[in-house]
Design a protein around this ligand. Structure first.
Ligand SMILES: NC(=O)c1ccc[n+]([C@@H]2O[C@H](COP(=O)([O-])OP(=O)(O)OC[C@H]3O[C@@H](n4cnc5c(N)ncnc54)[C@H](OP(=O)(O)O)[C@@H]3O)[C@@H](O)[C@H]2O)c1
Length: 245
């Protein structure tokens, strides 16, 4: 029976992933901001086959609360087989350009908070000497683009941090998986016009569970974002500066 902790458990991608673990009879520990949503999701996961579902509230920007939540998760589950870090926001780039305060708050939600959580959690996995840490980053972190470089820079920090953590924890049998979903139809992207490149949370969730099972290092979901980002990363700077992306 798998023991799974999900931070940002009310996210559409996280909820779809939790359903897959519930169907396997997993024990889950859910962390998110809103108690009522957590209760609803926990009840649904129990119906779907979860052996047990614990939950607690956390605003990830309240760094002083991280230790309490981490301790509660390990006390509840005993050990953790899979940790999924899924919280995030899609900041308004123009508003972040106009406000240092907002820019840093959004950077904290999408970058610093994840680094803080993983720094505090890593020793637990090191002590267990097994398990998987799956972190949702983004292709937006592969190259800063004018349309969303605040979000992109925070995700770039997460990607680089996860890479270093993967190298460190691989020595003790713990895998760190970096997940880079492309456009996914979730509340975060509610206002976007959807097209052929868009994926559903359920499809991305399947990719996350498969990649975690297989001990993968980095996955683009769906896969075609890998060649797309390869091209975007390699556009020469003198051309990149002239185009709008
Ligand atoms: N959708 C996409 O196209 C896409 C693409 C690439 C990467 N991603 C990444 O995928 C992950 C999941 O996003 P999603 O698409 O599933 O969007 P979503 O449904 O909007 O989920 C975002 C979640 O983050 C939580 N959150 C935001 N700020 C928080 C805070 N301060 N403390 C605790 N939780 C907080 C939200 O909780 P509340 O309900 O309490 O606000 C919400 O549950 C994010 O890391 C996102 O950056 C998404």
């Amino acid at each position: 029976m798998q023991k799974v902790v999900i931070i940002g458990a009310t996210s559409a991608i996280a909820e779809a992933t939790a359903r897959l673990y519930a169907a396997r009879g997993a024990q889950l520990f859910l962390v998110a901001r809103h108690a009522e949503r957590l209760q609803d999701i926990a009840a649904d996961l129990r119906v779907r086959g979860a052996k047990e579902v614990f939950h607690t509230c956390l605003d990830v920007n309240e760094l002083q609360d991280h230790a309490r939540v981490i301790e509660l998760a390990w006390d509840s589950l005993g050990q953790v087989d899979v940790l999924l870090v899924a919280h995030g926001t899609l900041p308004d780039q123009a508003r972040c350009e106009a406000s240092v305060e907002l820019a840093l708050k959004e950077f904290s939600t999408n970058g610093t908070s994840t680094i803080a959580l993983l720094t505090a959690i890593a020793p637990r996995f090191e002590a267990q000497r097994k398990g998987a840490i799956a972190v949702i980053s983004s292709p937006a972190g592969d190259r800063g683009r004018q349309s969303n470089y605040l979000y992109g820079s925070a995700k770039a920090a997460v990607t680089a941090f996860a890479s270093g953590l993967r190298q460190r924890l691989s020595k003790v049998g713990v895998n760190v998986l970096t997940i880079k979903p492309g456009f996914v139809d979730t509340p975060m992207t509610r206002d976007f016009k959807k097209g052929a490149l868009w994926a559903k949370p359920e499809g991305v969730a399947g990719g996350i569970v498969r990649a975690a099972d297989r001990g993968r290092s980095t996955v683009y979901l769906p896969w075609f974002w890998l060649p797309i980002m390869l091209i975007i990363r390699h556009i020469p700077e003198f051309i990149f500066k002239r185009i709008k992306l």
